[in-house]
Each structure stands twice: as structure tokens, then as C-alpha cells.
Design a protein around this ligand. Sequence first.
Ligand SMILES: Cc1cc2nc3c(=O)[nH]c(=O)nc-3n(C[C@H](O)[C@H](O)[C@H](O)COP(=O)(O)OP(=O)(O)OC[C@H]3O[C@@H](n4cnc5c(N)ncnc54)[C@H](O)[C@@H]3O)c2cc1C
Length: 323
Amino acid sequence: MELTLDFTTDKVYDVVIIGAGPAGSSAAIYTARAGLSTLVLYRAEADGALGVTQQIENYPGIRGPISGYELLKLMREHAKAFGAEFVRGKVIATDLLGEIKKVYTIDGREFKGRAVIIASGAMERTNKYKGEEEFLGKGVSYCGVCDAAFFKNRPVAVVGEDDYALEETEFIARFASKIYLVVPSSRIKAPPEMIQEIESHKNIEILLHHRVLEIVGSSLVEGIKVQDVKTKETKLLQVDGVFIFLGGNKPSVDFLMNQVEMTDDHCIVVNEEMMTSVPGVFAAGDVLCTNIKQAVIAAADGVKAALAVDKYLNKKAKITSQW
Ligand SMILES: Cc1cc2nc3c(=O)[nH]c(=O)nc-3n(C[C@H](O)[C@H](O)[C@H](O)COP(=O)(O)OP(=O)(O)OC[C@H]3O[C@@H](n4cnc5c(N)ncnc54)[C@H](O)[C@@H]3O)c2cc1C
């Protein structure tokens, strides 16, 4: 389990796809197979709605049961076989209005594309913890790669419960003297081998089924109050930093910085060809808040967006099927 952060490039891709769930991976199969240079950016390996799904048995052609992550790996391998490149990186900002679209990741890298497909799903958090905003940048962080080094030989808490949180925890463990991994649910939603790896670290203490009550401090973070959901016992963990890696059910669109039209609920608005209000920028999957959230529907959306990108870049009169 290693963060891949060394991939930088000046290349202008035909299409940059944000998200490697069923929508983004299926789009990549079609764009790459159409001969378009394709880069897929994604936040973590077993991430997104399908990535955290334990079992799926209704994806056409895959009788299952199979874990969502295993199904995702098949889709990604399929796209890679046609030449799509997959690169880890959490997208935090974009510049979409020009002819060349720019996409920025949290670790400071810039990627360029002539078209962009937004397929980042709908798993953003809606609620914040007490103290979270007050101490943001004063001990509260959402990025291990950016901030872990500030906590060298110091105790921190990580709040999270999936693959993404574990990968970040692994990275932070290179620096922190002690990590309390606070898991709000009763289990960690990640592949067993990843959980075992985290459990093998002597300086990581896992607190399963604990909810965060408050982040406390004076000018900087000094601790985090947590409660055991079963026993109701509360305790104050004395830490200098709190890293939060949790999901919710809001579309992941902060990086769009209001450049494309959205509904009041932050759902991206697209036309019948999956194009947003910005030419060359398309969207697919749960980020559209379709009323039926299913992997096969997200995948089909991704395919429609990919074919529309082909039409847009190759200035075709109409969308053509791929045979
Ligand atoms: C618990 C659960 C069970 C489910 N069970 C089923 C089922 O049995 N059958 C079924 O068909 N569907 C099921 N679904 C629904 C299905 O998983 C979703 O509809 C589908 O995964 C949506 O696909 P997507 O590609 O739009 O988004 P997601 O699968 O959510 O993928 C989003 C992608 O975007 C990336 N991303 C997000 N933000 C960023 C960012 N800032 N920078 C870079 N990358 C980013 C993520 O890393 C991920 O790769 C289930 C969903 C859940 C939550």
C-alpha cells in the first residue's frame, strides 16, 4: 500500500477523467479504445461507492458475488489494456473555462486535458465536527501527504473507516509517534490485507465504533473527545493533530469551484450528451444525482460521456456508436 505521487507530466491529454469508479473507468475504456489519450485521476484504490461495497451480484456478466473493489479492478484493467493511464491524486481545484482544461491535485500537481469527464461520485461529507472548522489549519487536516511531516514524533488522531483513510494513515505513520485511528462504524470498509497491515503497526491504536464528539484546544489542537458507541464511555485523546478522511452522500464537486452549472443540492446539470454548461466538460455517474444509484447505470453514463467527448474533440456532427 503505497501512495503514487511521483507521476508528473506536461502532456496535454485528450481527456482527463476525474474518478475511477464505474462511471470513470467505463468512460476510460471507450475513450482509450477510440484512440484518445486518456488519464484517469482517482483518490484511493478501493474508494468511492463501488469501492467500499462488500458484495455485488447484479452487475451484468459478473455473476458474483464479488466485492465492489474486485469488480472495479476488472474495469480498470480493461481500460488500461486499451492504453488508459490511471494515476492516484485527490483533485482539489480545476480551471475549466479555457480550451485546455487544467486539473490540480492536493499534492500540487497539474494535469491538462482538451476535455474533462467528472465522475467523482457522491460521497462527500455534509456535517462537520464541533471544533473542526475552528482548528482547520491549526491541527485539523484533510491531507496526510501535505501535513503529516508537521507532526513528526507527535501524537495524532485519524478519523476514517475505508481504504482511503487507511492509505493516508499508513503515510502519516511514517511521521507521527502515535496514531489513534478513530473508526465511526463497527468495521473498517477496506480489503482484509490492508486492515492487517494497519493492525501490524505498533504505533497505531484502532478505536472501532467510536464517534467524534469534539476537537478541542486553545490556539492549536490539543485533543479529540470520542465516545464508544456501545459502552457510551467518553475519553479525551491528547493529540496535536486530527486528520479527517470520511465520506457522506453529497456530490464530490468542490474542485469545480462553481465553474459548471449545478442544482441547489450540488448535482451537476448535463444535457442529453452528458455535457455540462462548460464546453468540453462532461459528467457521469452518481455526481449527477440520478435517482437510481447503480453501478451499471453509472457505467452507462460514463460510456455516453466518452462517446460525447469523441464527438466534441473530433468535431463530429453527431455521436457515433463504437463497434
Ligand atoms: C454501500 C453501497 C452498496 C451498493 N451496492 C450496489 C449494488 O449491489 N449494485 C449496484 O449496481 N450498485 C450498488 N451501489 C451503487 C454504486 O456503487 C454506485 O451507484 C456507483 O459506484 C457510482 O459510480 P460512480 O463512478 O459515479 O462513483 P463512485 O463509485 O463513487 O466513484 C467515484 C470515484 O471518484 C473518485 N473521487 C472522488 N472525489 C475525488 C477527488 N476529489 N479527486 C479524485 N478522485 C476523486 C473516487 O476515488 C472514485 O474513484 C452501492 C453503493 C453503496 C454506497
